[in-house]
Design a protein around this ligand. Structure first.
Ligand SMILES: Cc1cc2nc3c(=O)[nH]c(=O)nc-3n(C[C@H](O)[C@H](O)[C@H](O)COP(=O)(O)OP(=O)(O)OC[C@H]3O[C@@H](n4cnc5c(N)ncnc54)[C@H](O)[C@@H]3O)c2cc1C
Length: 482
């Protein structure tokens, strides 16, 4: 399993908890030191909250209150509607993995390796694939699960190359020490106005201190907030029948939301009601209509769908009202170092070019969905070697129904699988815990079934074979010395 964020951890936990017996060698390869939290839940800032309530955050689909029970055992005030700190969720994942490792049956061996995978070699007719690491190891595996999350954000166009070496340039918004170091700056530009910008603003505007924050995005739109109380009534969404277009679908959802509001309800219940159908609706759109949805409606959908916890949304309102956070709609023209250690920003808004000077710039433009767009060696080599190809509309990788990669000719792999954000082109809605936990459980079930098949095949042949023959591991996801 390459990557031990939520997706890799959940896959490993499902494998270990339900392994039917027989040998299994499972290697978890993680390039950071943290096994469990991944990017989203590694934040040290306790004011970064989950954007889903505790009642909806179980890692295990067959145990709906698993996270809530864990949280309640540690916080007597927690309830299903609590928006817990994300770092607590990271602790939950760490513990879940450690418990699953401890509870695994005797024939299971788990190895954690703090290493980066840089290539997967899969010669179709060979018996195993190989995962190559930056440190030079060559790990044979019967099955490889790529659980590598999202790319780093793309460098905004107009960024002078000289800025990339500037002390005030933060290209990775999840580099927490670099963000903390900006708290003594006077003015900080945040490029982007989504949930990552919100994280950065919450960290930098500490109490009454912190720099003046200036957030710039094309539309200048913020994510919406969750309600602090449960809605008065729920509105089950009924997907439209018949052929779909992007505009028709957007209008259908909008009309349902308006009708709900007119009836005294809350639009959020309609958006949440659409969620169980989003993958099915996405797949029902012809490719051209999917492209139109991306161009015309995706951003609007996302700000309504991925919402801020109420306390976070209140804090943001306070920062804006107090003049500590300014949000502007405009298109970035140029970012370049100025002579005096500051950075000059020019952007076009309402037909004119505006200029401001800041001490630092944080890139919160969001992950680039094209595989390898940030130069990631693993994804780049998968495409270059023809082991994988880009997904529809360049979103993630092309995958089959079980998450199996499709190679450059569209042939499904029998050994290499992925889940989460890399399946965006196929599924669209595949980046949050509720979707990924289902994929992780299904993928683990598929790998277990294969292990069981091999197990029964090898025991049948072993019973007819020489008594001295030792049994081979049924499913080997194994590390070997480099
Ligand atoms: C800031 C943020 C907040 C979020 N908040 C929520 C929330 O509140 N609720 C919710 O449901 N969802 C939330 N999400 C969505 C979240 O992305 C998913 O829920 C989930 O955490 C994604 O997990 P992942 O394992 O796919 O990716 P990641 O968490 O990115 O994990 C991928 C892991 O793979 C490792 N890795 C990558 N490449 C390699 C390699 N080549 N070799 C070895 N290791 C590698 C990385 O170091 C990383 O640890 C949030 C996302 C972000 C970014």
């Amino acid at each position: 399993v390459v990557g031990a964020g939520f997706a890799g951890t959940a896959t490993a936990v499902n494998l270990l908890r339900e392994w039917p017996g027989g040998p299994l060698e499972l290697t978890l390869l993680e390039r950071s030191a943290a096994f469990g939290p991944g990017v989203a839940f590694a934040t040290p800032d306790p004011r970064h909250l989950l954007n889903v309530t505790a009642g909806g955050m179980t890692a295990l689909p067959d145990a709906p209150s698993h996270f809530l029970d864990w949280l309640r055992a540690r916080d007597e005030h927690a309830h299903a509607g609590t928006f817990a700190p994300r770092r607590r969720y990271g602790d939950y994942l760490r513990e879940l993995l450690a418990d699953a490792e401890r509870g695994a049956c005797r024939e299971v061996r788990v190895e954690r390796r703090e290493e980066e995978a840089v290539r997967v070699v899969d010669a179709g007719n060979a018996t195993q694939a190989f995962v190559l690491t930056r440190g030079g190891a060559r790990l044979p595996a019967d099955a490889v699960v790529l659980a590598v999350g999202v790319n780093r954000p793309r460098i905004p166009s107009g960024t002078a190359p000289a800025l990339l070496g500037h002390d005030g340039w933060v290209g990775d918004p999840w580099d927490h020490p670099r963000i903390d170091a900006l708290s003594s700056a006077e003015r900080v530009l945040i490029v982007g106005s989504g949930l990552t910008m919100v994280d950065v603003a919450i960290t930098l505007a500490n109490g009454t201190r912190g720099p003046h924050l200036f957030a710039l995005s094309r539309r200048g739109v913020l994510p919406r907030g969750h309600r602090s109380t449960a809605p008065r009534r729920l509105a089950p969404y009924r997907p439209p029948a018949g052929p779909l277009t992007a505009d028709g679908l957007a209008w259908h959802v909008e009309r349902a939301a308006l009708a709900e509001v007119a009836a005294g309800g809350d639009w959020r219940t309609v958006v949440d009601g659409v969620r169980p159908y989003t993958q099915q609706l996405w797949q029902a759109l012809p490719l051209g209509e999917q492209a139109r949805f991306l161009a015309r409606h995706a951003r609007r959908w996302e700000v309504h769908r991925h919402r801020m916890a109420p306390a976070v949304s209140d804090r943001l309102r306070e920062l804006r009202a107090g003049g500590r956070l300014t949000l502007r709609a405009g298109s970035l023209q140029r970012l370049e170092p100025a002579g005096d250690d500051t950075i000059e920003v020019s952007y076009r808004a309402a037909g004119t070019v505006e200029r401001v000077r800041v001490d630092a710039v944080v890139n919160c433009t969001g992950p680039d969905p094209a595989p390898g767009a940030d130069g990631d060696p693993l994804l780049t080599s998968l495409i270059e070697d023809g082991v994988a190809r880009a997904g529809p509309l360049g979103l993630g990788l092309d995958t089959g129904p079980d998450g199996e990669l499709r190679d450059c000719d569209g042939r499904p792999s029998s050994r290499i699988f992925t889940l989460g954000a890399l399946r965006r082109g196929q599924l669209w809605e595949t980046t949050a815990v509720p979707e990924i936990r289902r994929q992780a459980a299904d993928l683990a079930a598929l790998l277990r079934a294969r292990g069981a098949q091999r197990s029964s095949r090898s025991s049948t042949s072993a019973s007819g074979a020489s008594a001295t023959r030792t049994s081979r591991p049924e499913l080997t996801i194994r590390a070997s010395p480099s």
